[in-house]
Design a protein around this ligand. Structure first.
Ligand SMILES: NC(=O)c1ccc[n+]([C@@H]2O[C@H](COP(=O)([O-])OP(=O)(O)OC[C@H]3O[C@@H](n4cnc5c(N)ncnc54)[C@H](O)[C@@H]3O)[C@@H](O)[C@H]2O)c1
Ligand SMILES: [Zn+2]
Ligand SMILES: [Zn+2]
Length: 394
């Protein structure tokens, strides 16, 4: 089959690889019909190569049709239409039982002391072959796959794999239903969906910050107060003016480790990307290599006593944090990979009617064949050609 594979910094290719087969009775094989490219994939493209081998198949936002199931998989059968959550979780361990599927104790990668394994996401998370491919082996398929109805186009359901639960969790962790004003830093696919979910759940004022004009315009079009980072020398002052002098009650950081505006971290990332794996791993695990501009800005922006919710991914083990300011402002901070299944029952009803309240049907800007995936990565990373959400159709 054909699959999108990692070969080095800014080097992904479509290779011919062996078809996946059932390896465990809890596996399923799906024929992939749509597969998203995510901001998290860009971290692999740029920074985290030390944890990848050449030929690793990327992709963690797939959906498709079940081809074959193992003996212990009973809730789905060949022919069913399914979305696959990006975290691989068992559904029966202590962590899954408490709704923390991203910490699944059955699939944790003990070598690196990390949480649940992820599809297509480095040795840190199990080095499982990903879903930007014609076929995917789904581990823990007795639990993971989300069965969705026939009828609407793939885009209606595809974002259940990652974007929707990630944004939903970010908004819940920001405690938005109880708060009036929320600010979202970063208006990529995750951040913009956070603004939509926050509006849906009743936030009175939603402010969004980014530096890409098309992304600001997208958010402004549905009532977000959109601020261009580059047009405000003193962003905290501008935001305080918009929020009664106090700042927003909640801030969501949907940027993560590759924030614009952190030149030293950018250099560290470049170096980590080109070092031999062992040295780069050491740098990532013992030094502060994250570009922290967005996280530090979140701490500065949030109201005293407010909440910061981090959905942007960070990776440096000892990235410096302004503890004086965090303690003094009495900030609450919540973070983590999305616990996909924990939010499915809240989200699925919003995808079932004709009204499409979150606008998923028109969320993607690009649908391209799998064979053009390297181009998809290139335009998504460079934010060229209006690329916002790129969906691959194998
Ligand atoms: N927690 C989870 O489960 C989870 C799931 C999916 C994605 N993520 C993470 O969420 C983040 C966003 O993902 P995405 O798909 O939207 O990617 P993206 O890269 O398209 O979005 C990031 C956005 O932030 C903007 N930005 C950069 N620096 C900024 C700054 N200093 N201030 C404000 N905006 C800035 C960029 O212009 C871009 O629009 C990534 O870090 C990704 O890894 C987390
Ligand atoms: Zn993702
Ligand atoms: Zn589990």
């Amino acid at each position: 089959m054909k699959a999108l594979t990692w070969h080095g910094v800014h080097d992904v290719r479509v290779d011919t690889v062996p078809d996946p087969i059932i390896e465990h009775p809890t596996d399923a094989i799906i024929k992939v019909t749509s597969s998203g490219i995510c901001g998290s994939d860009l971290h692999l493209y740029e920074v985290l190569g030390a944890y990848l081998d050449e030929g690793d198949i990327l992709g963690h936002e797939p959906m498709g049709i079940v081809e074959e199931v193992g003996a212990e998989v009973t809730h789905i059968k060949p022919g069913d239409r399914v979305v696959i959550p990006f975290n691989i979780s068992c559904g029966h361990c202590h962590m899954c039982g408490t709704g923390l599927q991203s910490q699944c104790e059955t699939t944790q990668t003990r070598e690196f002391d990390t949480g649940a394994a992820l599809l297509g996401y480095t040795k840190l998370y199990g080095q499982v072959a990903g879903g930007q491919a014609e076929y995917l082996r789904v581990p823990q398929a007795q639990y993971g796959p989300i069965k969705v109805p026939e009828g609407p186009s793939d885009d209606r359901f595809l974002y259940l794999s990652d974007v929707l639960p990630t944004a939903w969790q970010a908004v819940q962790y920001a405690d938005v239903p109880a708060k009036k004003t929320v600010l979202v830093l970063g208006l990529g696919p995750i951040g913009e969906m956070c603004t939509r979910v926050a509006q849906h759940l009743g936030a009175e004022t939603v402010i969004g910050v980014d530096l890409v004009p098309e992304r600001l315009a997208r958010a402004a079009a549905h009532g977000v107060t959109a601020l261009n980072l580059e047009e405000h020398d003193d962003l905290p002052a501008t935001v305080r003016e918009l929020t009664g002098g106090r700042g927003p009650e909640a801030v969501i950081d949907a940027v993560g480790m590759e924030a614009h505006g952190a030149p030293i971290g950018k250099l560290a990332h470049r170096l980590a990307g080109f070092l031999p794996d062992k040295l780069a791993q050491k740098a990532i695990e013992t030094a502060g290599i994250d570009r922290l501009a967005a996280l530090h800005m979140s701490i500065e922006l949030v109201r005293r006593g407010g909440t910061i919710s981090l959905s942007g991914v960070y990776g440096g083990a000892v990235s410096p944090m302004p503890l004086l300011q965090m303690f003094d402002k009495q900030v609450t901070m919540r973070m983590g990979q999305a616990n996909v299944w924990n939010w499915v029952d809240d989200i699925l009803p919003l995808l079932s009617g004709n009204d499409d309240p979150l606008g998923v049907d028109t969320y993607a800007t690009h649908h391209i064949p799998l064979t053009e995936a390297p181009h998809g990565y290139d335009i998504f990373q460079k934010k060229q050609d209006g690329a916002f959400k790129v969906v691959l159709n194998p």
